[in-house]
Design a protein around this ligand. Structure first.
Ligand code: CUA
Length: 347
């Protein structure tokens, strides 16, 4: 197949669709360009002036021709737009059941943190046939997460989270590149993605994480930094109740409503005065340059895990994660990161 000679073989569901769209555009645009060029050359030869005083017959135009060359391209362009837009929405909207992995980029490495607590550098292990959502931030400058085989590229920015998702379709080892010039060793900021069969992945995942889950580490910090002293889970504290906060709309003192996504939660930790929840006064210390990006990810994982379960009490000690913590919505069970089904099959 010709495309395989020019592009890395696609290894994710979106990559296959992306290639179809890409090559269709190349064929349509290339065909039109070649057709027009050929017609120009043909006309230049066939209709050239044969004598100095030759007057060609005057043409007044053709309605049929003009309607045809307006309507046909319009239909083709709208078709391309609809196809591209539907693929774009697909790429931009991670499925709700995606396995979440946090990525912290820094000069010059990629650090991956899994929900179960496992961590790795310049390597990422993912299951085949399952959607994987990466929640990424940078500790210093702008980097860009680029996996050619998955046809995904996403800038990784300091002070906020960006996400990208993919669903590997073939087991294998795939190149990961930084696609944004980020300093002297930018070219060395590379790594590998290992796409594994779900069973192997479950086995791999079970071999790590001696330190406890990301959320439980975050819970320890929640107590260590005194967050729990003010953020009570019964709604009676002097600071906003964080229970079920994630993705909830929050009304601010400015009258504006924002959705409590990862970037909002992060901003509220590092710069609490930036957005103040309506009905509250800001007493919170600034955590900018106090917590590392890795710690912020842990705290974020904990805050996202504080589910809206009824009767949840203020956690008395670190180490226990609320019952709603299951890796992702819609999948219950004890298996890490939504692979409980396969894990139970493996036993
Ligand atoms: Cu990181 Cu280039």
């Amino acid at each position: 197949m010709i495309p395989a000679l020019l592009l890395v073989a696609p290894a994710s569901r979106v990559a296959v669709e992306y290639d179809w769209l890409f090559w269709s555009l190349v064929v349509v645009c290339g065909g039109v360009a070649v057709g027009i060029a050929a017609f120009v050359v043909y006309s230049a030869i066939h209709f050239h002036r044969r004598s100095e005083n030759e007057l060609p017959p005057q043409i007044k135009g053709s309605l049929k021709l003009e309607v045809t060359w307006s309507v046909v391209p319009l239909i083709i362009f709208l078709g391309m737009f609809a196809w591209g837009a539907s693929l774009y929405f697909d790429i931009e909207r991670p499925p709700a059941n995606a396995t979440e992995v946090y990525i912290v980029a820094r000069q010059w490495m990629w650090k991956a943190q899994y929900l179960d607590g496992r961590r790795e550098i310049d390597e990422l292990h993912v299951p085949v046939g399952r959607p994987v959502k990466l929640i990424m931030t940078s500790q210093d400058v702008i980097h860009s997460f680029f996996v050619p085989a998955f046809r995904v590229k996403q800038d990784v920015l300091p002070d906020r989270y960006t996400t990208v998702w993919f669903q590997p379709s073939k087991p294998g080892k795939y190149h990961l590149f930084c696609a944004e010039y980020c300093g002297a060793k930018h070219s060395g900021m590379i790594g590998y993605i290992y796409a594994m069969e779900p069973r192997e992945y479950a086995l791999w995942l079970s071999q790590g994480a001696a330190e406890g889950s990301l959320a439980s580490t975050g819970e320890k910090m929640f107590h260590q930094f005194g967050c729990a002293n003010c953020h009570h889970f019964d709604g009676q504290g002097p600071c906003p109740d964080l229970k079920g906060l994630y993705l909830r709309p929050v009304l601010l003192t400015t009258g504006q409503t924002v959705v409590a996504d990862e970037s909002y939660i992060r901003e509220s930790i590092v710069d609490p005065a930036a957005k103040i929840v309506a009905g509250f006064t800001n007493y919170m210390p600034v955590f900018k340059n106090v917590l590392t990006e890795d710690q912020l990810v842990e705290l974020l994982a904990y805050i996202k895990a504080i589910g809206p379960a009824p009767g949840t009490q203020q956690p008395s000690s670190a180490g226990s994660v609320p019952a709603t913590y299951g890796g992702q919505p819609g999948i219950s069970g004890s298996g890490p990161a939504g692979i409980s089904t396969d894990q139970s099959r493996a036993h």
